[in-house]
Design a protein around this ligand. Structure first.
Ligand SMILES: O=C(O)[C@H](O)COP(=O)(O)O
Length: 211
């Protein structure tokens, strides 16, 4: 067995609270989001993990979540790499729109397809497949080699950038990935085999609160 990969979606953002499509827009965390990040960090501290390196996006909600988690595990100065490859999917023309207003305008089913399908892009934005096409190579080049070398690696990122990774790690089909929702601030701890397949996965929190 090689190292450990911890994936965590950022805590609730201001735009999650307002129910707005966010994508590459850059709102901060809400009070609840700060608390979720703290709870995620506390769960990792109780789990007893010491990270070797952290990765996050260049969006403040993930960066702040990463900082809070590192504080909680007692590693506030850990090397952290920020890269836009880990950013949320670009929601294109939907960014800034209210998700319920969008359902009224385009219908429940179309909005669900934009949010959860594998290869249908929202207008002007990225599908999950498009998102994976920049997340996955970054994972292969920058993150996986460290895990395979035995390191413990934290990745604090976003609902859909992480869904594109979880889809491959958990070997989900295109249909199965439509039912995958990641809760904010809940760490997923993967141990990988030397061939990069998943040896075990533990979820430190309640993933069922995701929608
Ligand atoms: O960008 C967003 O709006 C959220 O971070 C993820 O949104 P979704 O759950 O609608 O894909």
């Amino acid at each position: 067995m090689s190292g450990t990969l911890v994936l965590v979606r950022h805590g609730q953002s201001e735009w999650n609270l307002k129910n707005l499509f966010t994508g590459w827009k850059n709102p901060g965390l809400t009070e609840q989001g700060l608390k979720e990040a703290e709870e995620g960090g506390e769960a990792l501290h109780a789990y007893g993990i010491r990270f070797d390196i952290a990765f996050t996006s260049v969006l403040v909600r993930a960066e702040r979540t990463c900082d809070i988690i590192l504080d909680k595990v007692g590693q506030p100065d850990l090397e952290t790499i920020h890269d836009e490859a880990l950013n949320e999917r670009d929601y294109g023309d939907l960014a800034g729109l209210n998700k319920d207003d969008a359902r009224e305008k385009w219908g429940e089913e179309q909005v669900h397809i934009w949010r959860r399908s594998y290869d249908v892009s929202p207008p002007g934005g990225e599908s999950l497949k498009d998102t994976g096409a920049r997340v996955w190579p970054y994972y292969m080049m920058e993150i996986l080699p460290r895990v395979l070398a035995g390191q413990k690696v934290l990745v604090a990122a976003h609902g859909n950038s992480l869904r594109s990774l979880v889809m491959v790690l958990d070997r989900l089909t295109r249909d199965e990935v439509t039912g995958l929702n990641l809760a904010t601030g809940v760490p997923m701890v993967y141990r990988l085999n030397a061939d990069s397949t998943v040896a075990s996965k533990e979820v430190l929190g309640d993933m069922s609160k995701a929608h």
